[in-house]
Design a protein around this ligand. Structure first.
Ligand SMILES: [Zn+2]
Length: 390
């Protein structure tokens, strides 16, 4: 099929304006306040025949599922992106972060790359497909989610939609400079706490020092082996003790000390098994070190996610990129966790991560997205839709 007619409907100026408007909705999470942003997207898509369903989270927070109906012969293709953003932080901004300034072929502002530019590109693709009035064999869904940056509540609720189990693929427009990510590491953040007995600092022999107990725990933790198979794209499992808190005053023996550990897991590593391994590690230490009392609490848990390159959806996407857009798309490592961490384990749906913008700009000051890159991404999404739904 000739896609030139569909591509002609994708206008770079329009994508830039939508990105600018989306940046201007301050969706800093927390608290999020994503409702107005997703209503803005729904209004654009309703005009072209999309049925818009809002999943309500809180009064000012909602996730949009906009659906262009197909015949039902195939599962839906989901174009997915989040509209919440991370706080602006203390760094200096060259342009105000919520203005969406358009300058030098770029849209500037918090969330431009991560990932309102990607969402705008998906809107352009969805509109162009709708206007072409094609006999789609499955639904085309544009999902704009709330809450990705904190707890992924939007993706979690989308995964419970009645037809979710039959989706044929999800494309997430997180910033990858239009390269394709198929795998990401899991996030596993345990907090370890040691408990002691308080005493005056001048009589430490009367207490049990929780900080010194933690020193012993961490020394052993350094030696603890956690098995993993290095991954061809993602590299190694990593772990890093990144915060430590204990004690209240220099003349008081501390009765409590906690550390937070950032572990990034690989496909094949089971988080339940990892937690049990750490629990056993602590229990063994308690029996070996007199006076040691310790506990573990998991504070964040997102499983690793991987879609095989051999999956039909991946092959169709790569073929569409090549034949309709003349692009050879390289496969890259996704350096952060995305909503694939919800979709892949719960739905076992092929999930492709590709979007405009440089991942290195995400969560940084002076974030921007290139307008030309958004236009290219929109064409890729349109080409993939034709390939998968016709
Ligand atoms: Zn993001």
């Amino acid at each position: 099929m000739d896609l030139q007619g569909i591509f002609a409907k994708i206008a770079a100026d329009e994508i830039a304006q939508w990105t600018r408007t989306l940046v201007r909705f301050d969706t800093t999470n927390p608290p999020g306040n994503e409702r107005q942003a997703v209503e803005f997207i729904a209004d654009i898509l309703k005009a072209d025949g999309f049925e818009c369903q809002f999943i309500e989270h809180e009064p000012q927070r909602a996730t949009l599922c906009a659906r262009l109906k197909g015949s039902g012969e195939r599962g839906a293709l989901v174009l997915n992106g989040h509209v919440d953003v991370v706080p602006v932080g203390a760094g200096e901004w060259q342009h105000p972060p919520f203005e969406g300034v358009i300058e030098a072929g770029k849209v500037w502002g918090r969330g431009s790359a991560d990932m309102k530019g990607g969402v705008a590109a998906m809107i352009a693709a969805a509109k162009a497909i709708a206007q072409a009035n094609l006999p789609l064999k499955g639904d085309l869904i544009l999902a704009a989610t709330a809450g990705e940056e904190v707890n992924m509540m939007g993706a979690r609720s989308l995964a419970t939609l009645p037809d979710a189990a039959s989706w044929q693929a999800v494309i997430i427009s997180e910033p990858t400079s239009n390269k394709l990510g198929l795998a990401e590491r899991g996030v596993f953040w345990p907090e370890l706490t040691t408990y002691g007995k308080t005493a005056h600092g001048s009589t430490p022999e009367l207490g049990i020092n929780a900080v010194m107990m933690m020193v012993k725990v961490l020394n052993e933790f350094e030696k603890l082996e956690i098995p993993f198979q290095p991954h061809a794209v993602l590299g190694n499992f990593t772990r890093s003790v990144n915060t430590i808190q204990g004690g209240v005053k220099v003349n008081v023996v501390p009765d409590r000390c906690s550390v937070m550990i950032d572990m990034r897991t690989l496909p094949g590593q089971d988080h339940g098994e990892l937690l049990r391994r750490l629990e056993t590690f602590l229990a063994d230490l308690e029996s070996q070190i007199p006076g040691l009392k310790a506990s573990i609490r998991l504070t964040y848990d997102l499983p690793p996610a991987e879609t095989p390159q051999s999956a039909a959806a991946v092959q169709q996407f790569l073929a569409a990129a090549k034949s309709h857009c003349g692009m050879e798309i390289p496969i890259i490592k996704v350096p952060f966790a995305t909503e694939a961490a919800i979709f892949v384990p719960t739905l076992n749906v092929p999930t492709l991560i590709l979007g405009p913008g440089d991942a290195a700009l995400a969560h940084q000051p002076n974030e921007f997205v290139e307008i030309a890159e958004m236009e290219k991404a929109a064409k890729l999404y349109a080409a993939a839709t034709v390939e998968m739904l016709l």
